[in-house]
Write a protein of this length. Structure first.
Length: 329
């Protein structure tokens, strides 16, 4: 068994990368950390704290970026990177691409965008694509979270977002089939699938969305859209119920198959969306609430907890300050 002890705001275990904490960065040298056998947490600042231990999804690899056809890019050095998105939320940003010294007035073409394994407990429903602005940082620099921007290709617009409309209030996800593997389809009615205010339009064609439900946010696949509906929807979360006003969102690449993307905006027109500073991709397997100066812990003995998302454990200190230790192999 191996263990780590640290303080901070969040750290991935079983991963040599942690971009948002002062924790030791790894248990082991890779993402082979597949089981948890125990944990201990102590509040250290004399105030209440909350901690979530997550079964995390591995971060995507670095894409390749290059000047493409004529477009609107800003001349100078840029980097690109990718995040995974699940129904739980967005992961931390993956490693940056090699620097591109763009000639300007081009499309910046992303290739080699990672796809996630399809057998994860928390499936990746899409990817977000990020870009740095001109010379921030310069060549050989490492971008901070504040230097990454969501690479939409619509000036000033942000992520796709809408809400469940009255037509789908109290709508229930159909039961799973008694036999076979074909899920029953349904239509989800929403306020709009088009550009609304500062949000980009949802993809018209096969894609995935995340929808608030009685089960929490759930992934929903669809075949096409109209102005106010997602058509041919399917979900494995049978029995989940939607309500008017429930939030519906979509990552920039709303599927887990394509490996290319074109970015076509000047820096001045890029919307102000940064990547998540905390890895939310994995399910919370141990939620912990601590009073001031309280310590908690658990030893699973032989009943170890198997991890099923390929990214090891991620310790998220949601509020407060703590010391923690996790054991596993």
């Amino acid at each position: 068994m191996r263990d780590r002890k640290a303080t901070g705001t969040g750290s991935r275990l079983g991963n040599s990368r942690t971009g948002q904490s002062n924790f030791p960065s790894a248990i082991g040298a890779d993402r082979s950390y597949g089981f948890m056998s125990g944990w201990a947490v102590k509040e250290t600042a004399g105030a209440a704290a909350t901690v979530n231990i997550r079964d995390s999804v591995a971060v995507p690899g670095a894409p390749t970026i290059a000047d493409g056809a004529a477009g609107n890019s800003t001349a100078a050095i840029h980097y690109g990177a990718i995040t995974y998105v699940t129904a739980n939320g967005e992961g931390v940003i993956g490693p940056q691409s090699a620097s591109l010294n763009s000639a300007g007035t081009t499309i910046i073409a992303y290739t080699g965008i990672s796809t996630a394994p399809t057998n994860l407990k928390d499936p990746v429903i899409g990817r977000n694509v990020y870009i740095t602005k001109a010379n921030a940082p310069v060549a050989a620099g490492v971008p901070t979270n504040a230097q990454w921007f969501l690479a939409t290709s619509s000036a000033g617009l942000l992520t796709a977002s809408t809400t469940v409309a009255a037509g789908s209030n109290a709508q229930r996800v159909p039961d799973l089939p008694a036999s076979g593997t074909t899920l029953t389809t349904f239509t989800l009615t929403v306020a709009s699938t088009a550009v609304t205010g500062t949000t980009i339009a949802f993809k018209n064609g096969v894609g995935n969305i995340v929808v608030a439900s009685s089960f929490g946010p759930i992934p929903v696949a669809y075949a096409s859209t109209t102005g106010t509906t997602f058509v041919g929807c399917t979900s494995e979360f049978a029995g989940a119920v939607f309500s008017t006003g429930g939030v519906v969102t979509q990552p920039l690449i709303p599927e887990n198959t394509s490996s290319t993307y074109n970015f076509n905006l000047a820096d001045a027109n890029v919307g102000d969306v940064r990547p998540s500073a905390v890895d939310k991709t994995g399910e919370i397997v141990v939620p912990i609430s601590l009073a001031a100066n309280e310590s908690q812990g658990e030893n699973f003995g032989q009943n170890v907890m198997e991890l099923a998302n390929g990214g090891g454990l991620y310790v998220e200190v949601a509020t407060g300050a703590v010391q923690w230790m996790v054991k596993g192999e």
